[in-house]
Design a protein around this ligand. Structure first.
Ligand code: ZN
Length: 409
């Protein structure tokens, strides 16, 4: 059995574990070193570090401290990795802990985080998803059960100081265009809740003040939330510092394309078994700017879909020019409206789109003025037939079960 390089104790605060960090900074010390060809196991907290509980109240999602996230395991150094190399990471297997066979999905309050459809779902809501081997189902969303496409939402290497400075400068420039916006346009460095791993003293305080937040995906990968980065996939990461400094976390049991609910997929704590290799000078050899990856050879086989189209005309009827964000939102809203005809609440339908192996596609971006986005909803995940027919939809759900909601205080 491979060595477990990083262990987590779910009954302990992530801040007490010095093999965890929640900011990106080149000075965060490696917590372990491995050689090319080694395979090893890394344990991870859920992305909030245990702030969300398995209960029937969404108060914890409403009140979550988002400045604490994401709690990442690492960084792990790889002997021989130098800036300009590619770090090849094979995700051999991923799982939940035997003692914690559940995950959560939530919608953040518009006042605290928001999300893709926050204007339609402005208050905090939460559903709990129980795992049954490779399957999951929720007591808050009846009539649906599916196999998970398990993956780390967040994985990448430490940035160089130059790259970190670039991130902070360009994001500060964006924030300055509308500094009081709710939710914010981006998240600037924030020292009070920074966890800088094993960094200590003045160096720690300097790094905490400028460490990049972990929210967005960036050149190094980071919080990409790509559902297809599942067990069995192989990722090629640019290396920016000696040793690479690989960190990961934010494990998802399953997620729909776009992670539209933002809190997020089916979020879980768990472990990743992985193997590393190096391609010397791979960044220049292959012209890499952002990571590339090969997908898993084992994925849930849902072959039948109902596909919802959306165009770049918004809810108010306003025309937008080739805007795929607007178009995908319309595809999602169209799918939600459709699912309510079978007895789902709008919140339950939204949760299904955020958690199930839903595919999102950019179908057309040239036919001015409308972009066309499509949402592929697998029909086989439902206990009943959701396809249209001449008789019209049958209400399969009585509507007496819904997703807990916590009103803003
Ligand atoms: Zn996540």
């Amino acid at each position: 059995m491979a060595d477990t390089l990083i262990k987590v104790d779910l009954s302990q605060s992530a801040y007490e574990n010095d093999m965890i960090h929640n900011r990106w900074h080149p000075d965060i010390p490696m917590v372990a070193w491995v050689k090319p060809g080694d395979d090893f196991i890394v344990e991870c907290f859920d992305w909030t570090g245990g702030q969300i509980k398995n209960d029937d109240s969404a108060a914890d999602v409403r009140d979550v401290d988002l400045s604490q996230v994401h709690f990442l395991s690492g960084p792990i150094g790889v002997h021989g990795a130098e800036p300009g190399d590619l770090l090849v990471v094979e995700l051999l297997d991923i799982g939940a802990f035997p003692q914690q066979q559940w995950g959560f999905n939530g919608f953040f309050s518009k006042q605290n985080g928001g999300g893709f459809l926050t204007d339609h779902f402005p208050q905090a809501q939460k559903s709990i998803w129980d795992f049954e081997g490779v399957y999951t189902k929720s007591r808050h969303v009846p009539g649906v059960r599916f196999a998970g496409l398990i993956h780390p939402g967040l994985i990448g290497c430490l940035p160089s100081q130059d790259l970190l400075n670039t991130w902070n400068a360009r994001e500060a420039e964006l924030i300055a265009t509308d500094p009081t916006r709710v939710p914010g346009l981006a998240n600037p460095p924030y020292a009070p809740t920074a966890h800088m791993g094993r960094l200590a003293g003045d160096a720690r305080d300097k790094a905490a003040a400028e460490g990049a937040r972990t929210v967005p995906p960036r050149e190094h990968g980071g919080n990409c939330d790509i559902k297809d980065l599942s067990r069995g996939s192989k990722v090629y990461f640019p290396v920016y510092v000696k040793g690479g400094g690989l960190s990961l976390g934010d494990l998802h049991f399953s997620q729909g394309d776009g992670e539209i609910t933002f809190c997020g997929a089916i979020e879980m704590a768990g472990w990743v078994h992985m193997k590393v290799e190096i391609i010397k000078d791979g960044v220049a050899k292959y012209g890499i700017r952002n990571p590339i990856f090969k997908p898993s050879p084992i994925t849930p086989t849902y072959n039948d879909y109902l596909i919802f189209e959306g165009i770049s005309v918004d809810e108010a009827g306003k025309q937008h020019y080739l805007d795929v964000h607007v178009a995908y939102r319309q595809a999602c809203l169209n799918a939600i409206e459709y699912l309510t005809k079978f007895g789902y609440s709008r919140a339950q339908a939204y949760a299904i789109l955020g958690t199930a192996p839903v595919q999102g596609h950019i179908s057309g971006v040239v036919d001015v003025p409308n972009a066309c986005a499509t949402l592929f909803l697998p029909t086989e995940i439902f206990d009943f037939d959701i396809r249209p027919n001449a008789k019209g939809p049958t209400k399969f759900l009585s509507g007496d079960i819904d997703i807990p909601l916590a009103p803003d205080l």
